[in-house]
Design a protein around this ligand. Structure first.
Ligand SMILES: C[S@@+](CC[C@H](N)C(=O)[O-])C[C@H]1O[C@@H](n2cnc3c(N)ncnc32)[C@H](O)[C@@H]1O
Length: 187
């Protein structure tokens, strides 16, 4: 998939701000692929907007839809404000706040990209509760070999174990990029 203009803009924003945590291939195009598959009326959630690269890929997958929405949550007010300055479709909502605090009130989603500390490394249960039946959860940075600190390795292992054993989920590990895990909530 070629890189959409909105993604290029987000990558430039990341570079200008010295933000080095944007999603990389193949996560970005995969986000677009999964977003394009959400059912009519489907809601998409990103935890951790960053500079908006994942947001732009997700919005690319939803392009041309007027029946789906994309909500993204960012703790850093400066990042949230900078991403808001771009020209997003009306169905993109950029929330500033702590994902852990907001998650219980956001409702259910057909696709969640959990890419912040909260809702992933901590409070994963809140994210799983927000996943609609048939909904898909994607997490990256799951390759254990990337981590040396014991607490980081424990967090990755904990998330991997939860996603592999939660009876509500079908889960697959994909050895791509920084390590992907994708889970679907059973209907
Ligand atoms: C890995 S980056 C996100 C990258 C982005 N999803 C992308 O695909 O380019 C993680 C982001 O999560 C944000 N963050 C950290 N803790 C958070 C929290 N508790 N709630 C919401 N966002 C948080 C950070 O400020 C950072 O921008």
């Amino acid at each position: 998939m070629s890189v959409p203009e909105s993604v290029r803009q987000a990558q430039q924003r990341a570079e200008l701000r010295g933000f080095g945590m944007s999603c990389e291939d193949p996560v970005g195009p995969l986000l677009a692929v999964l977003a394009a598959a959400v059912p009519p009326g489907g809601r998409v959630l990103e935890l951790g907007t960053g500079a908006g690269t994942g947001t732009a890929w997700l919005a690319t997958g939803l392009a041309g839809r007027d029946d789906a929405t994309l909500t993204t949550v960012e703790l850093d007010p400066g990042l949230a404000a900078a991403v808001r300055e771009s020209d997003w479709p009306a169905w993109v909502e950029i929330l500033e706040g702590d994902a852990a605090a907001l998650l219980p009130s956001l409702g259910h989603f057909a696709l969640i990209f959990a890419d912040a500390v909260a809702g992933k490394w901590t409070g994963l249960d809140l994210t799983l509760d927000a996943l609609a039946p048939g909904g898909v959860l994607i997490v990256d940075d799951m390759d254990l070999s990337r981590y040396t600190e014991p607490e980081h390795r424990e967090a990755v292992q904990r998330v991997e174990d939860t996603l592999a054993t939660d009876p509500r989920l079908h889960t697959v590990r994909l050895p791509a990029g920084t390590g992907l895990t994708v889970a679907t909530r059973r209907r």
